[in-house]
Design a protein around this ligand. Structure first.
Ligand SMILES: [Zn+2]
Length: 369
């Protein structure tokens, strides 16, 4: 059985929820429809003409890509411009395009973690915190007979995590009262008669990302027709998500050696280096895409080098003066997401007939001569 478009995206968004994205970032479904069965997903960095041809050739009807295909409000849709031709081709072949940009950078296990992992970095910290998970307290009143069943359902749906502790809850027995009105079908008691029931007040914690799922699971496991529950906002903050990573190399190496490691780990033909090639490197900052703006963040994190793309001339001079090395591995280093996302999604869709493959098209616009 093929998975529905919405299912594929729901699974993908468990990795990179939309609310992790920076404000005004162009993400989500940009073209086409998810109201269909997905035969094959093609994971790409950029949606170029060649990538669309690849999707047609292999029978993919959904492309998940990192870089947007529509950036600003369309003033027109002329089908004889390069962009217009691309949109037309996608629509004609019923190929949907879904974008995950900064939400995939920020995500745990996203592009920045993939880059850090490729270099073997450990003890990772963020270069910049951008999102703190909101927590809510979920309180529900449940008859004693169904107490464990409701708790199990809540925990299975992801409720009850505080830091590294799972199954966190507080349970207070008490007496619930209710008077079923005419036309009701009460689980306990009968219409028109005041009931007093031994119930338990269950308190637990839910994050914004699991809130809906937890409430749905709780309602399903609860025996009552009308369930009494509350969601309270909390001051306690949840997990923090951020852009870029800084971490330790397994062993110190020279900048020259790191250069070779990066070329191999990221499969790039050349890198631009700022700094003394013989300087020892212990701590490395990485940031996929365009990272010039994060040179100071890397310095602040105590990194000996920032590995990123699109480093401009003046940032290079600033880095020399500040004493931090730079490794420009090119913006195209983000192609690491193709394999990472495809592996993640393929595992999630293991029970469906829907296939997930990384694009084989090289979308590096630069040649190294
Ligand atoms: Zn990028």
């Amino acid at each position: 059985m093929f998975a529905k478009g919405q299912t594929v995206i729901q699974l993908f968004e468990q990795l990179a929820p939309k609310h992790y994205a920076m404000p005004d970032d162009k993400i989500g479904l940009q073209l086409g429809s998810l109201q269909k069965e997905i035969h094959k997903v093609l994971v790409a960095l950029d949606v170029t003409d060649e990538v669309v041809d690849e999707a047609i050739r292999i029978g993919a009807n959904l492309i998940i890509a990192h870089h947007a295909i529509i950036f600003r409000p369309l003033a027109h849709l002329q089908t004889d411009t390069p962009a217009g031709r691309l949109y037309t081709k996608l629509i004609k072949h019923d190929i949907a395009v879904y974008i995950a940009h900064t939400n995939l950078d920020v995500a745990d296990g996203g592009i920045n973690d993939m880059m850090a992992e490729a270099l073997g970095l450990t003890n990772l910290t963020h270069l910049e915190d951008v999102h703190t998970e909101k927590l809510q307290k979920l309180v529900v009143f449940v008859p004693e007979t169904h107490h464990q069943q409701v708790l199990d359902a809540l925990f299975a749906a992801g409720a009850g995590w505080i830091g590294q502790y799972s199954h966190c809850s507080f349970n207070i027995p008490g007496t619930g009262t209710f008077l079923p009105q005419e036309g009701t079908h009460p689980f306990i008691g009968e219409a028109g008669k005041l009931e007093r029931v031994q119930e338990v007040r269950v308190e637990t914690i839910v994050t914004a990302s699991v809130q809906r799922k937890a409430v749905q699971a709780m309602l399903k496991a609860h025996p009552y027709e009308e369930v009494a529950y509350d969601l309270y906002p909390m001051d306690l903050k949840g997990r923090v998500f951020g852009l870029g990573r800084a971490g330790q190399l397994p062993a110190a190496m020279s900048l020259r050696e790191l250069t070779e490691l990066a070329k191999q780990a990221f499969d790039v033909p050349a890198v631009r280096v700022v700094g003394d090639l013989d300087r020892p490197i212990r701590k490395v900052a990485v940031l996929g895409g365009s990272g010039s703006r994060y040179m100071r963040h890397a310095l602040f994190a105590g990194a000996d080098v920032l590995v990123t793309g699109d480093i401009d001339y003046h940032t290079a001079h600033d880095a020399l003066a500040a004493g931090i090395a730079l490794l420009d591995v090119g913006h195209n280093v983000e192609k690491i997401m193709k394999r990472g996302v495809a592996d993640y999604l393929a595992a999630q869709l293991a029970k469906a007939d829907t296939q997930v493959v990384p694009s084989e098209i090289n979308t590096e616009p630069f040649q190294f001569v």
